[in-house]
Design a binder for this molecule. Structure first.
Ligand code: HSE
Length: 306
């Protein structure tokens, strides 16, 4: 194989109660990439369509992720990468993760799969480090593995792919403002109280128990973020009103997608998820805020070869 074309999915990190540790993979929104083996050694980003992003390999998240992979292999192979971006940077649905994860996935395939999907996570995290200053794995892990993922530990890295209840759908609304992850991280408080920790742990455990027992109501009750959301939600127009509208329309619950400004809601069944989308859209239309909206089942496969 000399060339690969793939779909690199958008993802929702944190999923309310799991800051930096939980993530889920979407199905209906993502980037496309074409990766080609070249005789010329090194990595070249040959095309970026759809967004204005750095084309220099060392400044591009896909570029640095692949460089990290090749360095580990001590390889002098050559690749060029075309990126067709549908996910806007600073949207909160894993734009940099899609590019980083897609790039290492494609290069790994073209090299005959020297690494497992799990082993690709640290390389993709190098892209996240470049984009946000922190090598968080809660977007790249679900993009690579699919489904819901848990980063049990960062050091050593231990990522678990979890069960995804079949009828679970996500609705994501993206107000057309950009919030850089690095900025959204800088507003976070550095210390949390024991009381806040107890509440957060209860919800994190509840959400994971709900995923494994297909208990949709428990999933809904657990979508609460005691620690991060209060500091970040003030950056997002009408955050509380959108969550209330989603719940009134039947959503199980919701929160900030990644570091925002996108807001997500989870619902049981596509019918309710579509209704949630209409209600969220109506709220932003009334306020004359531009937005994009996506309804997606949980993508249990992750990156797809096209
Ligand atoms: N866990 C990261 C954060 C996700 O919330 O900063 C960024 O998409």
């Amino acid at each position: 194989m000399k060339e690969i074309k793939l779909f690199a999915p958008a993802t929702i990190a944190n999923v309310s109660c799991g800051f930096d540790v939980l993530g889920l993979c979407l199905d209906t929104v993502g980037d496309e990439m074409i990766i080609r083996k070249t005789t010329k050694k090194g990595v070249r980003i040959s095309k970026i369509i759809g967004q204005d992003l750095p084309i220099e390999t060392e400044k591009n998240v896909a570029g640095v992720a692949v460089l990290a992979l090749l360095k580990q292999l001590n390889s002098d192979a050559g690749f060029e990468i075309e990126i067709y971006k549908n996910i806007k940077p600073g949207s909160g649905i894993g734009s940099s993760a899609a590019s980083s994860a897609g790039a290492v996935f494609g290069v790994n395939k073209l090299l005959g799969e020297p690494f497992t999907l799990q082993e690709l996570i640290p390389f993709a995290m190098e892209g996240e480090k470049l984009a946000s200053g922190t090598a968080h794995a809660d977007n790249v892990a679900p993009a690579l593995l699919g489904g819901f993922t848990l980063v049990r530990s960062y050091n050593p890295l231990d990522v678990i792919k979890m069960n995804s209840p079949k009828e679970l759908f996500a609705t994501v609304i993206h107000p057309q403002i950009e919030i850089k992850t690095a900025d959204a991280r800088s507003v976070l408080k550095k210390k949390v109280t024991l009381k806040e920790t107890v509440i957060q742990l209860g919800n994190l455990g509840g959400l994971i128990a709900g995923l494994y027992t297909n208990d949709y109501d428990l999933i809904g009750r657990s979508l609460h973020d005691e620690i991060v959301e209060p500091s970040r939600s003030i950056l997002i127009p009408e955050f509380d009103a959108i969550i209330k509208a989603a719940k009134d329309a039947g959503a199980l619950g919701g929160g900030i997608s990644g570091s925002g400004p996108s807001i997500f809601a989870l619902s049981k069944g596509k019918e309710i998820a579509d209704k949630v989308a209409l209600t969220m859209a109506k709220a932003y239309k009334n306020l004359q805020i531009d937005f994009e909206i996506h309804v997606s089942k949980i993508n249990t496969k992750g990156i797809k070869i096209l």
